[in-house]
Design a protein around this ligand. Structure first.
Ligand code: FES
Length: 106
């Protein structure tokens, strides 16, 4: 499956992802700027914050409690599509998913 990362300046990067890998680790491995993943996927840094595009929000599903708290605390511009990308496992269903990287991270 492919994940499409869109930077704050609108630059798109299409990355081949492995099923089961998180959207965060896929970005880090491929050097996508703005997704740092400082805590290694433990929901405690929010440096992996992305905005999931509307078409994929339902498939991705809502943030669970701990993630939700972290988004409240650690993210300056929380929107409807805000998710911690370390908490989104890539799947075939999510092929072509577009995630935007907030300007504060790039
Ligand atoms: Fe730290 Fe996602 S990598 S919260």
């Amino acid at each position: 499956p492919k994940v499409i990362y869109v930077s704050a300046s609108g630059e798109r990067r299409v990355v081949d992802a492995g099923v089961g890998d998180s959207v965060m680790i896929t970005a880090v491995r491929n050097g996508v700027p703005g997704i740092i993943g400082e805590c290694g996927g433990n929901r405690s840094c929010a440096t992996c914050h992305v905005w999931v595009s509307d078409e994929f929000l339902e498939l991705v599903g809502p943030a669970e409690d701990l993630e939700d708290d972290m988004l409240d605390l650690g993210v300056s511009d929380r929107r409807k599509g805000s998710r911690l990308s370390c908490q989104i496992p890539v799947s075939q269903q999510l092929d072509g998913m577009v995630v935007e990287i907030p300007p504060s991270q790039s």
